[in-house]
Design a binder for this molecule. Structure first.
Ligand code: C5P
Length: 208
């Protein structure tokens, strides 16, 4: 039987790094579901068609190829913003959730990270983690990442973006970001990624 680990939380909370570590540790397949929204958004941006046409957005979502997702071509800020806009559309969510559920069945196990994995995509996941950190800490992490990559960044602008994205993700009617009732909360504000990984490992080992 497949074992699924669901990891949810707001932008820049450390879900991605944590999910990759867990997938590597247990030899599980990993899907960053944010990339599926980003891929659909990029395809839509590339068409140049208006952004509020739900039928076109749904078509783009249905054409997303889960095996060809590459964060390096989907990381642009503009794509993240566009992703969170089409993520409010129920038809887009239905299409992507279907593909994500199919992925979650892979043997011997899977790690999916996103916003609605424990609540909607995989409500029966063996372990659910809700990874969070204060908006200040998350903005600082984004800022440090950009600087470390040789770019230039404005902390205040990033902080405003983080708050705006939270509002959109937590405030939408369809599948808002919130912890599942049976999720374990992991606040990484004052925790290293290694400490977060050890905490997650203890919870997962107990469920295996
Ligand atoms: O995590 P990432 O920043 O790549 O996700 C981009 C956007 O996609 C999020 O802000 C969110 O609006 C949306 N998303 C979602 N449900 C998921 C994953 C991402 O709505 N499971």
């Amino acid at each position: 039987m497949t074992l699924t680990i669901a990891i949810d939380g707001p932008a820049a909370a450390g879900k991605g790094t944590l999910s990759r570590r867990i997938a590597e540790e247990y030899g599980f397949h990993h899907l960053d579901t944010g990339l599926t929204y980003r891929a659909a958004a990029k395809a839509l941006l590339d068409t140049g068609l208006p952004f509020d046409d739900e039928a076109v957005a749904e078509k783009m979502a249905r054409e997303v190829d889960l095996s060809g997702l590459d964060r390096s071509v989907l990381s642009a800020h503009q794509i993240g913003e566009a992703a969170s806009k089409i993520a409010v559309m129920p038809a887009v969510r239905r299409a992507l959730v279907e593909a994500q559920r199919a992925f979650s069945q892979k043997e011997p196990g899977t790690v999916l990270d996103g916003r609605d994995i424990g609540t909607v995509v995989c409500p029966d996941a063996a372990v659910k983690l809700y990874v969070t950190a204060s908006p200040e800490v998350r903005a600082k992490r984004r800022f440090d990442e950009i600087i470390a990559g040789g770019g230039s960044a404005d902390y205040d602008a990033i902080f405003e973006d983080v708050k705006k994205r939270d509002e959109r993700d937590m405030g939408r009617a369809d599948s808002p970001l919130r912890p599942a009732a049976d999720a374990h909360l992991l606040d990484t504000s004052e925790m290293s990624i290694e400490a977060a990984f050890q905490a997650a490992k203890t919870l997962i080992d107990a469920a295996l």
